[in-house]
Write a protein that binds this ligand. Structure first.
Ligand code: G6P
Length: 608
């Protein structure tokens, strides 16, 4: 997974647009960066290891006058993150950037090596450059690209240019995202719209198997055999401002604070409180099919997986539908049993996670009804599922997911009411859940107002090497999510566990150097969770408790106490997760880490 950008226009703005685009796509990977500027008489390539800022320093001002160019920010798959593996890759006059994996690269590499092509990198991407160059010996640029594509297998978004044709650029998509932006005087190609939105709001989302030929004046979209296709233009809803930090030190901080609004946007226009009904327009077409569903399988990864676990508890308890949650990466390979009475729901912020996409495709093949809970509008998962609900949380840039998570939970609550009311849920229960859901944004705001307290606690515990995060029932998944946050951002080894399971082994780890964050709101399992706190304290473990006001027992025994407002049990995760996000964030800040771009991680994982 990587970020790619291409620019071709009437004015010499290629450099600025490409570098700015790369910065906005850095969340997709930042192992190395590179740019190729294509001029009428000279083509120059610059590459550097690490983040885009390093590349920028290297180029300087003198080369900033091309009208076309391509650029890349890398998340390594084939070949180490080093200079020689940085994109763009070239072969003679062909230059390209690639996001994805070429599965048959080794076979092609052997063949091309025999023909005398010299490989300078360990990447699979370089094979494509040589293959096009080879085809170009007997065919023109366009023909050469079509011919080369017919020989490669795998996932790719490619932007390709030719030194002899600086006024033409070819881009193609197969299983890796690619968007075409149409500005007044230029075209911009990018892995996602965040690199385009500041130049134009007119976009075309390319689908798999589509290729676009662009010149400064026009574009033509074809399939991989050259047959012209008509595509609809879309208007982007995200504004440029939304993609900026707006005074916050980090995107993650900004996005935690955006949660009241994100939840509000997720439920806006979707609650008919008086009738106790949820209105989900994206599901209208499959409403009757949903009525007949006997089982739900949720597939997702990372933070979205934790949201799925909360969804399982909600859907079984209140909608009465047997529900399972699976890591998308496991689902596909273990021959899951899916039939036409099973709804398979993909939860994905980016809508591009390769594992989740593969799981959805598998479910579709097996005849399941596929649904998406997706934040990125127009993303592949959103387009490939039979129906779905958008989060409307706006762009999430920080690698660690925060506002997308709470908006996913809000949508799962709406879905529970929607499906529950199709079945046995009473109007009173529907009304009760929706009334409480409406109050959640304000309650999240109260939590955000207590930020200083979480900061102090994070500073106190940031020095520990290991921690437990414990919770029961609805807050077990939140224990997992809290642990994931502090792992991702502060590199602290943290285990998210069901508090009742702790006594079956993990408790052996507890001592004064192994603190536990225990989520213990006053809910139906409060007494049981209290026992877990006692067990930890009896073994000299320190406890940070997340609880609701009035739980005197917790106050008495815990080392640090964080309060969350009261709500119905199934919605407590929307509140309890907020202090945990802050704990992860401030522990990372305390340790001096780049919290928006944690090591080894990427925001959108478009490889399996
Ligand atoms: C990556 C990110 C996580 C995210 C996961 C799933 O691993 O680092 O923050 O939760 O992908 O992403 P998705 O876009 O499918 O929700």
């Amino acid at each position: 997974m990587c970020g790619i950008v291409g620019y071709i226009g009437k004015n010499a703005r290629a450099y600025d647009v490409l570098i700015d685009g790369l910065k906005r796509l850095e969340y997709r990977g930042y192992d190395s960066a590179g740019v190729c500027l294509v001029g009428e008489h000279v083509t120059k390539t610059f590459r550097s290891v690490g983040k885009v800022a390093a590349l920028e320093e290297k180029i300087g001002e003198s080369d900033a006058c091309a009208k076309a160019g391509i650029a890349h920010t890398r998340w390594a798959t084939h070949g180490k993150p080093c200079m020689k593996n940085a994109h763009p890759h070239s072969s003679g006059k062909i230059h390209l950037v690639h996001n994805g994996i070429i599965e048959n690269y080794q076979q092609l590499k052997d063949e091309l090596t025999q023909k005398g092509y010299r490989f300078t990198s360990d990447t699979d991407s370089e094979v494509v450059a040589h293959l096009i160059a080879e085809e170009n010996t007997t065919a023109d640029f366009e023909e050469a690209v079509y011919n080369a594509l017919s020989r490669i297998r795998g996932a790719y978004a490619l932007v390709i240019c030719h030194e002899d044709e600086p006024e033409k650029m070819i881009a193609v998509r197969n299983s890796s995202p690619l968007v075409l932006g149409i500005a007044e005087d230029a075209y911009i190609l990018a892995s996602d719209a965040s690199a385009i939105v500041q130049h134009t709001n007119r976009v075309i989302y390319l689908d798999d198997g589509e290729l676009v030929i662009v010149t400064p004046e026009k574009h033509k979209i074809t399939n991989l055999r050259g047959k012209t296709k008509r595509k609809k233009e879309h208007a982007l809803e995200w504004t440029e401002d939304e993609a900026q930090k707006e005074g916050h030190e980090h995107f993650m901080h900004k996005e935690i604070h955006e949660q009241p609004r994100a939840v509000e946007d997720a439920v806006r226009g979707r609650m008919m409180i008086d009738e106790g009904l949820a209105r989900l327009g994206g599901l209208r077409e499959v409403e009757d099919r949903l009525r007949a569903m006997k089982r739900i399988v949720i597939v997702s990864c990372g933070t979205s997986y934790c949201a799925g676990l909360v969804g399982e508890y909600m859907l079984e308890e209140y909608a009465g539908i047997p529900t399972e949650v699976e890591y998308a990466s496991e689902f596909r390979y273990r021959k899951p049993l899916i039939d036409d009475c099973t709804a398979v729901i993909a939860i994905s912020q980016s809508g591009e996670t390769a594992d989740t996409l593969a799981a959805i495709r598998e479910a579709k093949n097996k005849g399941g009804l596929t649904l998406g809970i997706v934040n990125a509008v127009g993303s592949t998962i959103a387009r490939e599922t039979d129906a779905g609900v958008y989060n409307h949380a706006g762009p999430e840039i920080g690698v660690a997911s925060t506002k997308a998570f709470t908006s996913q939970l809000a949508i799962l609550a709406l879905l529970t009411v929607y499906l529950g009311r199709q079945r046995n849920m009473s109007m009173t229960m529907g009304r009760r859940i929706l009334t409480e859901l409406k109050r959640i944004p304000q309650k999240i705001q109260h939590l955000c107002d207590d930020e200083k307290k979480y900061q102090r606690i994070a500073q106190k515990y940031a020095k520990y090497n290991s921690m437990f995060y414990l919770g029961r029932k609805y807050n077990f998944p939140i224990a997992m999510e809290g642990a994931l946050k502090i792992k991702e951002i502060a590199y602290i080894h943290a285990e998210g566990y069901a508090s009742g399971e702790m006594k079956h082994g993990p408790i052996a780890l507890i001592d004064k150097n192994f603190p536990s964050v225990i989520i213990a709101p006053k809910d139906s399992v409060y007494d049981k969770t209290l026992s877990a706190i006692e067990e930890v304290i009896a073994r000299s473990g320190r406890v940070i408790a997340i609880t609701t006001k009035g739980t005197k027992e917790v106050e008495r025994i815990a080392d640090d106490v964080i309060y969350i407002p009261k709500t119905v049990e199934m919605l407590t995760p929307l509140l309890s997760v907020v202090p945990l996000q802050f704990l992860g964030y401030y522990a990372g800040v305390e340790k001096g880490y780049d919290v928006d771009k944690p090591r080894n991680l990427a925001k959108s994982v478009t490889v399996e």
